[in-house]
Design a binder for this molecule. Structure first.
Ligand SMILES: O=C(O)/C=C/C(=O)/C=C/C=C(\O)C(=O)O
Length: 286
């Protein structure tokens, strides 16, 4: 039996140029299939590709895919940045530069929250490079028709960025998932360590939001341009990016379908990992 892949054994760096500035970005590269799946993480403090998707990597690698988890600028071991424009477009440009550097011309993308916004930004800018899209709890910024914005979870993320204490982390994580009893002390400590390891990321996130509070583009009017088959997945109980944003994606993206988990918050790929993994494999294989 093969040894399981680890964060350390799959850890890689690549240097790209973004707006004339050199950026060293971290990614994990797992598996060796000819079809590539990129996973893009969310915007919470301490998030990373590995932290967001560790329950989803192995099944896809076992199914024959190469999985690339990009840590966006401003997260984890990637260089820090102040984002003054659209962070979704910034991440999309960085992903394009990374794929060019790795000589990869076509990918499927799984995006979680900010990662979903960035995946849509990438698909709009580089339609010929996208096979299929899987968007969870994200895909466009812009208003909810039902829930006052910013949603309660997003306000708690802001508080944690400004004041990174274990109390604020627990307050945020408590509304992050449907069943907070599934969150272990080990998970909290790991996440807090990730957060405190990069104070520069925290400061720059706060600075970015002060300069431009609308970090995530509203792609609403451009969604019909997306030709890629798209699977939209949401938690019914998402208190960060409300469910009706998923409906906006379904209305806008011509070739899309929508799956909603009950008893699920903002982390469908973690909270319902087994069903999620099977659904993703079936969708990619269709
Ligand atoms: O404000 C938005 O639209 C997006 C919010 C996020 O991307 C939040 C994501 C949080 C995580 O994925 C996390 O692991 O903390």
């Amino acid at each position: 039996m093969n040894a399981p892949h680890t964060e350390a054994s799959s850890s890689r760096f690549v240097t790209i140029t973004e707006a004339g500035q050199s950026l060293r970005l971290h990614y994990n590269d797992v598996g060796s299939g000819s079809e590539v799946v990129v996973m893009l993480h969310g915007s919470g403090p301490g998030a990373s590709g590995w932290a967001n998707f560790h329950r989803n990597i192995e099944p896809l690698v076992d199914a024959g895919y190469r999985v690339i988890l990009l840590d966006c600028p401003g997260w984890s071991k990637s260089d820090t940045i102040v984002s003054t424009g659209s962070r979704s477009d910034l991440n999309a440009r960085c992903l394009k530069a990374v794929l060019d550097a790795l000589d990869i011309s076509r990918v499927h993308i799984i995006g979680n929250s900010m990662g979903g916004h960035s995946a849509v930004g990438f698909a709009l800018a580089n339609p010929e490079m996208v096979g299929k899209l899987i968007l969870m709890g994200g895909g466009t910024g812009g208003p909810s028709a039902l829930v006052p914005m910013p949603a309660e979870g997003i306000k708690l993320i802001g508080a944690l960025y400004r004041d990174p204490t274990v109390e604020n982390l627990k307050r945020m994580m408590n509304v992050f998932v449907y069943d907070s009893s599934s969150l272990t002390e080990e998970l909290y400590q790991q996440r807090l360590a990730n957060i405190l390891a990069r104070r520069d990321h925290l400061e720059n996130f706060v600075k970015s939001a002060q300069i431009n509070p609308k970090q995530f583009s509203d792609y609403g009017l451009r969604l019909p341009e997306i030709k890629a088959k798209t699977l939209i997945i949401w938690g019914r109980d998402d208190r960060f990016v409300p469910l009706d944003i998923g409906l906006r994606l379904l209305w806008g993206i011509p070739n899309s379908e929508f799956h909603v988990f009950s008893q699920c918050g903002h982390w469908a790929q973690w909270e319902h990992a087994e069903v999620f993994n099977q659904m993703v494999q079936d969708f990619l294989a269709r």
